[in-house]
Structure formats: structure tokens, C-alpha cells
Design a binder for this molecule. Structure first.
Ligand SMILES: O=C(O)CCC(=O)C(=O)O
Ligand SMILES: [Fe+2]
Length: 232
């Protein structure tokens, strides 16, 4: 997976329609900073500071989740190792026929925790009991999504959220999603402490790199990558 990417869709296969969005995405790691946008001129400084702060926040939340699972408070952070942070900036222009398209089709995020900032225009929907539910933006808040890595690591105790973005005819929507996952070379699998006789291993182990490739090569929407590593 390249450390910087620009485009419209996750997978540009002709098998399905493209998204009503432009995006750019880049890794948060400092050694990729020379690849980040140069315009606006303060982008690199602002993004660097934001990514550092948001990493701290993600680790705080990850610590509470680890503790809640009965694991060591540092479990998530330690299993991340050097970790991988990815910033995705999504731009959804006004759309004359919004009911005919989507800004971003149904998917779950491949990392463990995504922290999302938005420009106050609603559009995010999450799947709950087979229905799409709109998430109303509360000013001054971030939205935190559980991703596939956390579902795998917790052996299914946390469920990654399937979500999508709708567009509208009145206002352009912008969202900045920052995903947090383990280092690309690390193997993701259920924490051994969460696997017992009653609750056997629900997901097979896979490197994070292979998991991302699996997700991004699929033309099937939704949680298809996770289903591919589910053991039953
Ligand atoms: O725009 C949104 O609210 C969602 C963005 C998103 O799901 C993503 O970038 O993975
Ligand atoms: Fe997402």
C-alpha cells in the first residue's frame, strides 16, 4: 500500500460505481512527511501536530478498551508496536441527485480505532440491526469508530462498525478520518487471554499488511474482508 494516495474510490475496479468524493490519504509517520501536500504552506506543520495529538488520544481510548477487556492497560499500544496511522481527508462536493449515489459506500475500517472530524455537515451513517442510521454531528466533538483490527484482537467482543457516507444537494461535506492500527508487518489475531474453551478463536491470524490488501482488493462492500478471516 502506498504511503500517499489520491483518488475517488477504495477500489477502482469497473465492477462497481465510483464514489462522489475526492480524497487524499497519507501515512502519519514522520518518515513520509516529505510526501505530504505542500499546499497550503502550513499543511505539513498542522497535520504533524494534529496527528501527534490524535495518536495520544487513540492510545488513551485504546488503554481504556484494553482494561475493559480484562487485558493489561498497555495491551493495545504494545501490540501496535511502532503502529500505523493513516489520515484520510474526504471531500464530498454538493451533488445534484444525492439519492442516486454515495460519497463512500458501506465498509468497515481496517485499523483498530478511527477518529473522525467533520465540517458540521451531516452525512455519516452506521449500520445498526440491518438499518442505516444517520449520525448527527455534535459540534466540537470527534467521532470514534471501532475498526476490524479491534474486532479481531478482542475475538469479537468489540464489533467493527459498518458505515458509509451520503452526500447532499445543499452543502459540501468534508471529513478527516485518522485510522490507528498496528505496524504493517505485525500479525493481527485474537488476544490469547480472550480465547478459552467456550470462546474459541474466531478469526485467523494475518499480517496487517495482508489484511489491508485483502480489504482493498475486494469489490464486495461491507465487512467482506473480516468475513474472509472469520473461522466460523
Ligand atoms: O466521511 C465520513 O464520515 C466517513 C469517512 C470514512 O469512513 C473513511 O474515511 O473511512
Ligand atoms: Fe471509514
Amino acid at each position: 500500500m502506498s504511503p500517499v494516495r489520491y483518488g475517488t474510490s477504495l477500489n477502482t475496479s469497473k465492477k462497481h460505481s465510483l464514489h462522489w468524493r475526492d480524497y487524499f490519504r497519507h501515512y502519519g509517520h514522520q518518515n513520509t512527511l516529505h510526501l505530504w501536500p505542500l499546499n497550503p504552506p502550513n499543511y505539513r506543520n498542522v497535520a504533524k501536530e494534529y496527528l501527534e495529538e490524535i495518536w495520544e488520544l487513540a492510545m488513551k481510548i485504546g488503554g481504556a478498551i484494553s482494561e475493559g477487556l480484562g487485558l493489561d492497560q498497555n495491551y493495545l499500544e504494545e501490540s501496535f508496536g511502532e503502529g500505523l496511522q493513516i489520515l484520510a481527508a474526504n471531500y464530498y462536493p454538493k451533488c445534484p441527485q444525492p439519492e442516486k449515489t454515495l460519497g463512500l459506500a458501506a465498509h468497515s475500517d481496517h485499523g483498530a480505532l478511527t477518529i473522525l472530524m467533520q465540517n458540521g455537515v451531516n452525512g455519516l451513517q452506521i449500520k445498526h440491526n440491518q438499518d442505516w442510521v444517520s449520525v448527527h454531528h455534535v459540534p466540537g466533538t470527534f467521532l470514534v469508530n471501532v475498526g476490524d483490527c479491534l474486532e479481531i484482537l478482542s475475538n469479537g467482543k468489540y464489533k467493527s462498525v459498518e458505515h458509509r457516507a451520503t452526500v447532499n444537494a445543499q452543502r459540501t461535506r468534508i471529513s478527516i478520518a485518522v485510522g490507528h492500527g498496528p505496524a504493517l508487518s505485525s500479525t493481527i489475531g485474537p488476544a490469547s487471554q480472550l480465547v478459552d474453551q467456550k470462546d474459541s478463536v474466531r478469526y485467523r491470524s494475518i499480517t496487517y499488511k495482508d489484511y489491508i490488501e485483502l480489504q482493498q482488493s475486494s469489490t464486495i462492500r461491507g465487512k467482506s474482508a473480516l468475513q474472509a478471516v472469520t473461522t466460523k
